[in-house]
Design a binder for this molecule. Structure first.
Ligand SMILES: NC(=O)c1ccc[n+]([C@@H]2O[C@H](COP(=O)([O-])OP(=O)(O)OC[C@H]3O[C@@H](n4cnc5c(N)ncnc54)[C@H](OP(=O)(O)O)[C@@H]3O)[C@@H](O)[C@H]2O)c1
Length: 374
């Protein structure tokens, strides 16, 4: 296969320029890798930030893209879980490894087998492409940054009660997920539920039913002046101890609201928390995972451990976590409906459509993932 030019890629030639379609060789998988013929590719905020702001890019030309879904074309010598012809999704690490063969914005992508999931027939490629980055990020957020125990699914498809809490029932432990309709929020809610946490979320009102359907026990509008109080009242009614929070956006606007809500939620229960070192009061410290850099103008409260999330750890130091979720759990959850993809919105034009998709995402999306079909 190597040496042919049947591959096509959307290449970023220089900082801030538009993507250009170029032929390139079809790559070959390394021993622990899978070569995917992509049929759907999604765009992520990190892609437009790389293109328009030059963030995280050390040299050009570069191929962006992290989310792919398609059919396995070849597997490396050590790969036993996948075979040619399997329908899969994959999380493409190329922009971190600086290996363009591992980038998503092309017809053929090499991904790590540990970040690959076999798809049930009922899940389309466009649906599947919404998942890789969101699930990878949620995995690192919960099971690394927030130290939530990673659990197997129970036979009944309900979250186990032996880990973080008791699901939607009385008691147990909970988590605040801000921006629950975002891609990462969507996956974090579902993964948190599977890990047995009761989820308290925020979202625009038009997404409340959908966010509840993902498993959130309570959803309020993040614009509401009573958001923190309303979430705390719900936690009190449920008897759930909430000491964990996730802020996907992590801006100077969102973080003070998240911190205020976490403070109200934790005081609603008044009991000791599930994990983590004790604060000055002797009670367990609160823990907040932030997906963006902490803004200078936002004060860090002494009783909150603010933990930065680096999803890329799942391609490097925490490939074990990726393997557990992508290889062992996600495929089954998709099959049983315990985990559902985000709503995809197809942008026309195939690889050429990626430029439009990036510009659209930069202007902001709400409760959907932009995907191109190739
Ligand atoms: N650190 C890492 O490793 C890592 C990994 C992945 C992503 N990220 C970062 O995480 C962030 C989120 O990524 P994503 O893909 O989840 O984004 P996304 O899906 O594009 O986020 C869109 C959502 O943001 C919500 N939103 C917009 N303005 C808001 C506000 N003022 N307050 C609360 N929510 C608001 C909207 O909610 P409604 O529709 O309900 O209004 C919308 O659904 C990005 O900045 C990304 O770069 C970091």
């Amino acid at each position: 296969m190597s040496g042919t030019t049947a591959n096509l890629a959307a290449v970023l030639p220089s900082a801030g320029s538009s993507l250009v379609i170029q032929e390139r060789q079809i790559p070959s998988p390394g021993p622990d890798e899978v070569l995917i013929r992509n049929y759907a590719i999604a765009v992520n905020p990190a892609d437009w930030k790389r293109q328009f702001l030059g963030m995280y890019i050390s040299s050009y030309p570069v191929i962006l893209g992290m989310d792919v879904a398609g059919v396995v074309e070849a597997v490396g010598s050590d790969v036993t879980l996948f075979k040619k012809g399997d329908r899969v999704l994959g999380s493409a690490p190329g922009t971190i490894t600086n290996n363009p063969d591992q980038s998503g914005f092309q017809k053929y992508t090499v991904v790590q087998a540990t970040a690959t999931t076999k798809l049930p027939d009922a899940i389309s490629f466009t649906q599947a492409a919404t998942l890789p980055s969101a699930v990878l990020t949620a995995t690192v957020t919960l099971f690394s940054a927030l130290d939530v125990p990673l659990l197997p699914p129970s036979p009944q498809g309900e979250p186990s009660s032996s880990g973080g809490g008791k699901g939607k029932g009385k008691g147990g432990t909970g988590i605040l997920v801000w921006s629950g309709a975002s891609s990462t929020g969507n996956a974090t809610i579902q993964l948190a539920r599977r890990a047995g946490l009761t989820v308290f979320a925020t979202a625009s009102p038009r997404h409340h039913a959908a966010v509840r359907a993902l498993g959130a026990a309570e959803v309020v509008d993040y614009r509401s002046p009573t958001a923190a109080r309303d979430l705390a009242a719900a936690a009190r009614r449920a008897g759930v101890d909430v000491r964990l929070a996730v802020d996907p956006l992590s801006t100077a606007e969102t973080l003070p609201l998240v911190l205020a809500a976490l403070a109200e939620l934790s005081s609603a229960s008044g009991s000791s928390g599930p994990s983590g070192p004790s604060g000055p009061s002797g009670r367990k410290k609160l823990r907040l995972a932030h997906l963006g850099p902490w803004p200078d103008q936002v004060e860090r409260p002494a009783d909150v451990d603010a933990v930065p999330v680096r999803a890329l750890d799942a391609w490097t130091s925490r490939r074990d976590l990726a393997a557990r979720v992508f290889n062992d759990l996600l495929g089954t959850w998709l099959e049983t409906g315990e985990f559902v993809p985000q709503t995809p919105r197809v942008v026309d034009g195939g690889l050429e459509g990626l430029q439009t998709a990036l510009e659209t995402l930069r202007n902001g999306v709400s409760g959907e993932k932009l995907v191109v079909e190739v």
